[in-house]
Every structure is written in structure tokens, then in C-alpha cells.
Design a binder for this molecule. Sequence first.
Ligand code: ADP
Ligand code: MG
Length: 298
Amino acid sequence: IIENLSDLSKLAVLGHGNGGTVYKVHHQRSSSIYALKVLRFNNQNNNAAAPMMREAEILKRVDSQFIVKCHAVFHTISGGGELCFVMEHMEGGSLYEALRAHERLSEDVISRVAQCVLKGLQYLHGTKIVHGDIKPSNLLINAKGEIKIADFGVSWIVGSGNVECCMGTCAYMSPERVDPERWDGDDNADGFAGDVWSVGVVVLECLVGHYPLIRMGEKPDWAALIWGICFGERLEIPESASPEFRSFVRRCLEKDWRKRGSVEELLQHPFVNNRSFTTSFASATSNNHGLLDFAFHA
Ligand code: ADP
Ligand code: MG
């Protein structure tokens, strides 16, 4: 439907990231709103092109209601070369912003977030794609309150032989990714378990309202962070958390990736499956005014 990049006019900046900017854009002919992610080739790093092309390849491949849809990809020569992704606009912004606005979410809402992310991962893993960077700023919310996975900037296709396994955000990385010796040499390691670990960190963060693997007030020093991920004690889960929540987080944050729960197992877990939603999203958040009221009205 979108034939020309010039048919899109920029309205606002939605976000910044590694080497790219995401704009809210208006498409004149259809008078619709989209998100446009623009990646520039001429960054300091000349190896930057390969991951960008991979992001484009993966985005063109995926098609799921749990993944942010990409409608078109354009390659332009302006400014030394740009890759532009025309994506569905997620009006509610990211889970990162939602957490900043609300500090913490109810278990009912977190359960639904976990279910959507796991279904997205079920699709991706079934397509042999490891996302590699599951974290709040890459989980987007639309006006219907749906949560979808975005940002394939560090994703890889299993078996394609081009894994740069130290990319992504360390804070949400599994022990076997921050310490690849745990992973190397094992033929069964495909990287899917790393995405499950990240889900566990995100879910716990939603409940406690801050990044959970560093104690409040502690300096986020990289060495301490990585040590905590690889060797730290079992996590501190708030007393108030339900038994289902505890068990779910423990299955995700199992340090040995061979013993960690799989996406299929966790989709059957009582925290996300058969959970009786006592409150709708609307009533669960009705006392808060902000993003989630808007995002979770469905
Ligand atoms: P990066 O690779 O730079 O992290 P992302 O694809 O994660 O890029 O986008 C950066 C930010 O832009 C996101 O965290 C989000 O806030 C915003 N954003 C990205 N895509 C969309 C979209 N489709 N709709 C709304 N906001 C978006
Ligand atoms: Mg991102």
C-alpha cells in the first residue's frame, strides 16, 4: 500500500536507539498513521550494515499478531544510506514507559503481558528466530491493549551461522549469553532458552517496579551485574507475590539453560494459563491515570 517513502510525513519522534530513530509518520493517501524506523549506514562502525540487513530480512519473514507488523522496507541513498521500516504504530508506547508511569503492575496484567510475549516467542522460535533482546523497551502496547514484540536489531536465525552473541542488553541476558563458555561446545544450544530468561527478568521487573537483579540503591556496575546474573543467589521475589508467580519466575530464571522452562512449558504454566482474571485490565488499572488506562482498556 505504501509505494513511496515520500508519501510519509514525519509528525514526531517516538524513540531513539542504537543507530536509529523511530518516527510517528502520516501517510497522506490512506490518511493513516505508521511508525517509521530509520537506520543509518554511515555510522562510525562499518560492520553496521550486516545486522541491519538481517533485521530487514527477519522483519519481512515474520507475520504474527504478537509481533509488531512491518508493512514495507525501503533502502535509500540519502545521508550515506538508510534503511527504513514502515511499521504499525503502537499507540501505547513501550512497556518501559508504562513501568515508568506506573512503577509496578498487578499480577493479572503481568500474566497477560507474559502470555502475549510467550506467544510471540512461540511463533518466532517455531520460525527458527531467536529474538535476543527481550526487554521492556522492545515490548510495545497498542490502543487495544495488545502487547507485541518489536526490535529485531540483534535477532538471529538459528543455523545461519552469524551469531554475534555479545550484542543486546546485558541486563536482560541469560547466564549462558553473558558467559558464553557455558554455551559453547554444546550442539543442542540454539539460544531459545535465552529469550525465556529475559521474559523472567521482565516479569519480575513488572512486579517490583525496577530492574530486579540489582538491589535498590546499589550502583549498577557491569561486573557486579554480570556476576549477579551468573552466580547470584536465587532472586528476591516479594513476599506478596502469589505461588504461581514465584514458580513461573523461577522456571524462567533457572541459571542452567538446559533445566530452564521452555516456551511451550511456560505457556501451560498456571500463572499464564487457566488464570482466572478476577479483574479486567480496565478495573485492574482504574485507579491509575496514564498509559495503562489507555492501553489496557480492552
Ligand atoms: P532500537 O533498535 O533503536 O532499540 P526499537 O525498534 O526498539 O529501536 O525502537 C526504539 C523505541 O521507539 C522503542 O522503545 C519505542 O519506544 C519506540 N517505537 C519503536 N517502534 C515503535 C512502533 N511501532 N510504535 C510506537 N513506538 C515505537
Ligand atoms: Mg529497542
